[in-house]
Design a protein around this ligand. Sequence first.
Ligand code: T1G
Length: 675
Amino acid sequence: MNAPISTVREGDVLVVTSNNPPVNALGAAVRQGLDAALTEAAGDDGIKAVVIICEGQTFFAGADITEFGKPFVEPSLPVLVDRIEASEKPVIAAVHGTALGGGCEVALACHYRMAVPSAKFGLPEVKLGLLPGAGGTQRLPRVAGVEVALEMATKGDPIPAAKAKDVGLVDRLASEGALRDEAIAYAREVAGARPLPRTSTRDVTVDSATFDTFRKANAKRFRGMDAPAEIIDVIEATAGKPYTEGVQRERMSFMKLMMGAQSAALRHIFFAERKAAKIDGVPDGTEARAIKKVGVIGAGTMGGGISMNFLSAGIPVTIVEMQQDALDRGTGVMRKNYEATAAKGRMTAEQVEKAMGLLNPSLSMDDLADCDLIIEAVYENMDVKKEIFGKLDRIAKPGAILASNTSYLNIDEIAASTGRPQDVLGLHFFSPANVMKLLEVVRGAKTAPDVLVTAMTVAKKIRKVAVVAGVCHGFIGNRMLMPRQVEATNLLLEGATPEQIDRVHVGFGMPMGPFQMADLAGVDIGWHRDPTRIENIRDALAAEERWGQKKGAGFYDYDDKRQPSNSPRVAAIIEDFRQKTGTPQHDVTDEEIVERTLYTMVNEGAKILEEGMAQRASDIDVVWVYGYGWPPYRGGPMFWADGEGLKKIVAGLEKHGFEVSALLREKAEKGEKFN
Ligand code: T1G
């Protein structure tokens, strides 16, 4: 591979260019090239200033994550950034794309920073369970202040160039498309300026109360995570201290996090998310179909949420309902959702109008005739879906992709109600569809390869994380949810309480437990709606209209602010069922709850793999992290099981009499892992 770093003399300015696709990661060859360029600049009196710029998609997007855990290659990034800053000639960072992590730290070590308006700066190391390990915790507080540094480093979200300029991270904005020329001109302008503005020599002013205030304000968000807490500690401990002392503390904390389980889990998820986009058995070079216009059938919660994903991505949507009032209600909810986002400052009013302007409400399916992708999001009933797909077969243009948003139903059966099963697949969005990142792409037996490739391409465009699932009841996520819910209910009958089971799950890191989730989603979801037919605890609650938060009562009682409290009525219902079923009672331990609700999920995941319903174990991890809030710092159920030890999982399942998946047993016996 040719050297990623090249240098060229533009008069008295040395332009150092990195060409290391896809994201100019700061791998060993890049670091060595930059180091050599600094030596070249230092050794040539004709050079008065240096510009560092990148070709391709972006300025350096960080250290090369694929190098982590491999033997070290000099120069390290911390050494390199200090060499940049120590240069006797000014070094100007010319930034486009996303200067992230080590890329942002390289820019911080430069004496001047220029960026095009579309550029972004970020320290996303925290999303990998790490912290900025090349001086970022020391230089950013000195350049932009402690508050900005805390915000950027603990949350990992990038800021746009204009804000970066406001906070002092960027000195000069360049015109789009003229970055190289304008950076060279800027270099000439500052070539003689002395003293060189070395970030590490600047002071940090801070009010010591800042840190605890920040910790308290973000306690819920950072719950259970090591990296954000460590970052706050490092910035607090080193603010006001000399740079050389501060970077030592930074280095120590970086290595501690790097060796920790949470970073391994988060790096696993980082790569798993990208691996999920790759589809086994699809010929390389399979072209995606063009999706210029989308149709959505059903303007309910799901249809509206699904439509918003495309509208926000600038793709026109024709949304079809049967009745005008349902159509008006649905489009009204979409506008309300957008306006709520705008009220939070995450969208402008113009963007709301632009998105809504791409929406074409209709009462006739005939208006879907020119759509390239049509997504059905109606009532979960196979007959209804078959009828709709039969109609679509007559209406949709040749080559249109026909998708169902079904959560459970058989895609092959739906496809068979058309004459074009090769164009049919499942696109299972998760509620709220305009928020949840996960998209299960359900591959029918006859789904054509280019239809799958199109689905993955569209998913990326609408900023979803897509995972291919096979046709089985519940696909991947909901199929694993079932044993968890069944066991959680069984545990109630045997002596556990809803609050105990939910506490164990929340303590594990889930956003909520099974019963809190039921109350949020609706206890009546999937209920047969016959209040006289009471066959289980859920029926009993539903019969009393304890349908969850929306009714002020479900497995918990809720006050008018939807604050939950344990419900004596629910305890009585559970007790009643314990009596009626004669279930033997025992003291349920937290460990038993984990074994019976989480180990059973892993067991189901292993069966899903055995049956080929998921392409790889890491896909299952992606489903649960992005679809159900499994704590990313635990890496997903299959990664977590690897960490627990598959032998321990098998023993736990056998202890409670579960039938252990053959694949799980085989891997446990061989001492293998899922990932
Ligand atoms: N290292 C190695 N490979 C990377 C990479 C990285 N930093 N970033 C992306 N890739 C690969 C990715 O796996 C994929 O590979 C391809 O590039 C395209 O990525 C010392 C220690 C930059 C916003 O965390 O956020 O610096 O699947 O699909 O959607 O303090 O990539 O094609 O084989 O995501 O256009 C900090 C992580 C590192 C940035 C581009 N930096 N990357 O998004 O493309 S730690 C990050 C991203 C660090 C220092 C510390 C995104 C992107 P493949 P993609 P994209």
